[in-house]
Write a protein that binds this ligand. Structure first.
Ligand code: PBG
Length: 362
């Protein structure tokens, strides 16, 4: 059964929307006025006692953008409060995150302008920005932070696609796998604990696992972006990694957001190919997918709360239309309630600081 507390009422097995034991529950419990649901809603300590889901700092993974060729952090206009780091500022940020007990970061490298090419070769350059950033963070933090590396080439290709193109301009799946294999080994060699293939190529997990094992990195884990949708919510991320690509251009490899059942096939294939962790992306509009995947997956399931989800909350909060931290807590807790064991979110640091300051979770 699904290990997530509080999901039990729906997950009794095969009952559709019915609660298991619903008849007995009804028979044994008297209706109003004997039953008053409000009794468990005060005082605040009572709500803490009965809360089914708790967002913890240990649930959070913080993305880090590290850019080559800048000498101080550069703000990302479409992601208020978020920056492209230098290697040094990335290390400082990681120390701060570790001091807050955030368990993991995921590194995205952004090559210097003019260094992009059709094959994205800087993605597997031993002296590439991602490799240097991973190395520096590992050197400074040792084993006190899990270092993940996004494994894709869209940040490194001049056309912005997640793979290499064939003569007709279509992403060539199998040729791309050979590049992903090289990127994985180079990220593992620089110290990544986890590599995270995010390009939605068929067979990418198998290709990466085989390459890692052949190069002696049997202990490097794979987090697969298994169910990744062709979402318009990645808009602000394109500014964060300096990628320009037409909206909808990834529909040939990322999933159609009208499909949920297909996500189960994606996850099953990735687990069979050797994924140690799987992820659903984006998160909030896909809570049903997270729920279904979490109740069936043999491996831990994460969710990626993406740039657009973050930016929408920030933008509305800046206007004074919503209470930003409260909405962020509500959204991230909902993602956990749906079944995610961990959440990759640009709000990781601020949520960790918010909780460290003693703010209530609910
Ligand atoms: C691919 C990748 C993307 C994101 C994470 N990894 C972009 C894409 O698939 O188009 C998006 C993350 C976000 O929007 O926060 N390297």
């Amino acid at each position: 059964m699904n290990p997530h507390a509080g999901r039990g009422l729906q997950d009794g097995g095969g009952g559709g929307d019915k609660w298991p034991g619903e008849a007995g529950f009804r028979a044994g419990r008297r209706a109003f006025p004997a039953t008053r649901m409000r009794r468990l809603r005060t005082p605040a300590a009572m709500r803490e006692l009965v809360a089914e889901t708790r967002l913890e700092v240990s649930d959070l993974v913080a993305p880090l953008f590290v850019r080559d060729g800048i000498d101080s952090p550069a703000e990302i206009g479409s992601m208020p409060g978020y920056v492209q780091h230098t290697v040094d500022s990335a290390v400082a940020e990681c120390k701060h995150l570790a001091s807050l007990a955030v368990p993991a970061v995921i590194v995205f490298g952004v090559p210097a302008s003019g260094r992009k090419d059709p094959e994205g070769t800087t993605a597997f350059d031993p002296e590439g920005i991602t490799q240097r950033a991973i190395g520096a963070v590992r050197e400074a933090l040792g084993e006190s932070l899990v270092v993940m590396a996004d494994l894709c080439i869209d940040e490194y290709t001049d056309h912005g696609h997640c793979g290499v193109l064939d003569p007709s301009g279509t992403v060539d799946n199998d040729a791309t796998l050979e590049i992903y294999a090289k990127v994985a080994v180079s990220q593992a060699r620089s110290g990544a604990h986890v590599v995270a293939p995010s390009g939605m190529m068929d067979g990418q997990v198998r290709a990466v696992r085989e390459a890692l094992d052949a190069a002696g990195f049997a202990m490097t884990a794979i987090l697969s972006y298994a169910a990744k949708y062709a979402s318009a919510l990645y808009g602000p991320f394109r500014d964060a990694v300096d990628v320009t690509i037409a909206p909808g251009a990834r529909r040939g490899y990322q999933q159609d957001w009208r499909n949920a059942r297909e996500a189960l096939a994606e996850v099953a294939l990735d687990v069979a190919e050797g994924a140690d962790l799987v992820m659903v992306k984006p998160a909030l509009a896909y809570l049903d997918v997270i729920d279904r995947v979490a109740s069936r997956s043999a491996v831990p399931v994460g969710a990626y709360h993406v740039s657009g989800e973050y930016a929408m909350v920030k933008a509305a909060a800046e206007q004074g239309w919503i209470d930003g931290p409260a909405v962020m807590m509500e959204h991230l807790t909902a993602i956990k309630r749906a079944g995610a064991r961990f959440v990759v979110t640009y709000a990781a640091r601020e949520v960790a600081e918010f909780l460290a300051a003693g703010h209530p979770r609910g």
